[in-house]
Design a protein around this ligand. Structure first.
Ligand code: FMN
Length: 169
């Protein structure tokens, strides 16, 4: 079945469940040079009078470089394709052809943004705001100590982006 552009206002998804428990792929770059990773932190809402999404990417991810260098990214929801989420969430595009290993077929959507033929839902996003998280801004110390420092990884960069278009099967 082919992906079709749908009205963003017609989306009636539960994004808490979709992102937190189904997961999503964050993909940035062009058809010739892109990278994607599994993400389970992020959200979808309404900011600056427009539909927006936010994602949190640690700087050590290869995807981070693509997020920094490109104006757009996609959020792709694969449904029950656990294999693809495992590959894209445990291996790095630095040393693995993740699309091949996860059996994902790149699909160019509007703005030249890349999603995947296998997705059930894809959102094309345009970055508006980005900022690195800082230790002094955490109001709950238990979250800071649970998720940052030592081997836990660097401080996420928060990207807030306008959702330009949505595609579904
Ligand atoms: C279920 C799951 C959720 C994840 N969510 C995030 C996330 O929201 N932000 C993040 O920076 N990394 C997240 N990761 C880790 C990246 O997906 C993982 O480090 C990936 O291998 C990075 O690939 P890359 O180096 O090709 O970018 C998650 C991993 C899994 C398995």
């Amino acid at each position: 079945m082919e992906m079709r552009k749908i009205d963003i206002k017609a989306l009636d998804e539960n994004f808490i469940r979709n992102i937190g428990f189904e997961y999503m792929l964050v993909c940035s770059g062009s058809r010739d040079s892109f990278n994607m990773m599994t993400a389970s932190w992020g959200g979808v809402g309404f900011v600056w009078n427009r539909p927006c999404a936010f994602v949190m990417i640690r700087p050590e991810r290869y995807t981070y470089k693509f997020m920094e260098e490109n104006p757009h990214f996609t959020l792709s929801f694969l449904g029950e394709n656990r294999h693809a989420y495992t590959v894209c969430g445990t291996k790095s595009g630095r040393d693995t052809d993740k699309a091949k290993e996860a059996s994902l077929t790149p699909l160019e959507l509007s703005e030249g943004a890349v999603s995947f033929v296998e997705a059930r839902l894809a959102l094309v996003c345009r970055k508006i705001y980005a900022d690195g998280m800082r230790p002094d801004c955490f109001l709950d110390e238990s979250v800071l100590s649970a998720w940052y420092g030592g081997k836990r990884g660097g401080f996420h960069k928060l990207y807030i982006a306008e959702i330009l278009s949505a595609y579904a099967k």
